[in-house]
Design a protein around this ligand. Structure first.
Ligand code: IPD
Length: 274
C-alpha cells in the first residue's frame, strides 16, 4: 500500500537540507576545477562531473530519509533504484546544476533545483544559487520566500516597459527559431535578458528583479521548483492557449502582462519550430 504523503512543510525542510548540501558539493567541486565529462543532446549540451556527483548525492540523501519516494533527475532520469513514479505518491524532481554552461565558465548564475510532487502536483520547492548562496523556497498555497522575506512579483502592467528573460535550447535548429521569435519580440518590450539558468530566471521573476520570463523546451527539472516559486509570488505561469506550462512553452508573467505576452508569443509561433 502507498504511504500517505507528509505535510508539504516537511517535504520543504527535507528539500532545503538536501539542496544546501548539494550546493556545497557543487561549490567545492567548482573551486577544485571543472571540465566537461560528456555531452548530451548536442556538443554544446555539456555534463560535468559535478552534475553527476551532485545528482547522486541528492538521490542518496533522499533515499535515506524517504526510501519509498520516486525521483526524477536530469542526469540519471527515473532509474537509479528508486521506486517507479506510479508506485509512489511523492516524486522528487532534481536538476543538480541548472545553468551548467555558466558553472563550466565560472559565471555565478547556476543553481541546485529540487522540487517535491505529491500525486503529480508540485507542492514544495527550493532553488539555491551555487555561487552566491541565495536561496528561494515555496510551498503550494504557502507563499514564496528568499531569506525569510515573502516574495511578490512585479506590478508592471505595460509590456513595453517589461524586462523579459528567456533562454535557448541546445539544438541549432531550435535556437534559430527561438532567435527569430526574440528578434520580433524585442521591439515590444523594455529589454531582454538571457542569463542561462531557467530555475534562477523564474526565481528572479518571483522577486520582481525581472518582470516576465518565457522559454520553449524546458524539462521538468528546469522548471519544477522555480515555477512553484513564481506562482506563489503571484505570477501566472502557463503555456499557450490555456495549456499548462511545459516543454512547448513556459510563460511566467504578472497577471496583467500574461495576456499581452502570451498573444505576442502565440503570433510569433514561439512554441513551434524544432
Ligand atoms: C538549461 C538552462 C538554460 C535554459 C536551457 C536549459 P541546464 O539547463 O536552464 O537557461 O535556457 O533551456 O536546458 O542544461 O543548464 O541544466
Amino acid at each position: 500500500m502507498q504511504r500517505s504523503a507528509p505535510p508539504q512543510q516537511e517535504l520543504l525542510e527535507i528539500a532545503v537540507d538536501v539542496a544546501r548540501d548539494a550546493a556545497a558539493t557543487a561549490h567545492r567541486m567548482r573551486a577544485e576545477g571543472v571540465s566537461v565529462a560528456a555531452t548530451k543532446s548536442t556538443v554544446t549540451d555539456v555534463v560535468t562531473a559535478a552534475d553527476r556527483a551532485v545528482e547522486r548525492q541528492v538521490v542518496d540523501a533522499l533515499r535515506r530519509v524517504r526510501p519509498d519516494d520516486a525521483v526524477l533527475g536530469e542526469e540519471y532520469g527515473a532509474g537509479d533504484g528508486t521506486p517507479a513514479a506510479g508506485a509512489a505518491r511523492v516524486r522528487w524532481i532534481v536538476d543538480p546544476i541548472d545553468g551548467t554552461v555558466n558553472y563550466l565558465y565560472g559565471l555565478p548564475y547556476c543553481a541546485v533545483s529540487l522540487a517535491a510532487e505529491v500525486d503529480g502536483a508540485v507542492v514544495a520547492g527550493v532553488v539555491r544559487n551555487v555561487a552566491t548562496g541565495e536561496e528561494w523556497t515555496a510551498t503550494a498555497g504557502g507563499g514564496a520566500y528568499r531569506g525569510g522575506r515573502r516574495l511578490r512579483c512585479s506590478g508592471e502592467t505595460d509590456l513595453g516597459q517589461a524586462l523579459v528573460a528567456t533562454g535557448f535550447g541546445y539544438d541549432a535548429g531550435r535556437r534559430a527559431h527561438q532567435a527569430r521569435v526574440l528578434a520580433e519580440l524585442i521591439p515590444h518590450v523594455r529589454d531582454i535578458r538571457r542569463q542561462g539558468a531557467a530555475a534562477l530566471d523564474l526565481c528572479l521573476v518571483a522577486e520582481g528583479r525581472l518582470d516576465a520570463y518565457y522559454e520553449k523546451g524546458l524539462a521538468a527539472w528546469d522548471q519544477a521548483a522555480g515555477a512553484l516559486v513564481a506562482t506563489e509570488a503571484g505570477l501566472r505561469v502557463g503555456g499557450l492557449g490555456g495549456r499548462a506550462a511545459g516543454p512547448d512553452l513556459v510563460i511566467a508573467a504578472p497577471p496583467a502582462l500574461f495576456g499581452p505576452l502570451h498573444d505576442r508569443l502565440a503570433a510569433l509561433d514561439a512554441s513551434g519550430g524544432p
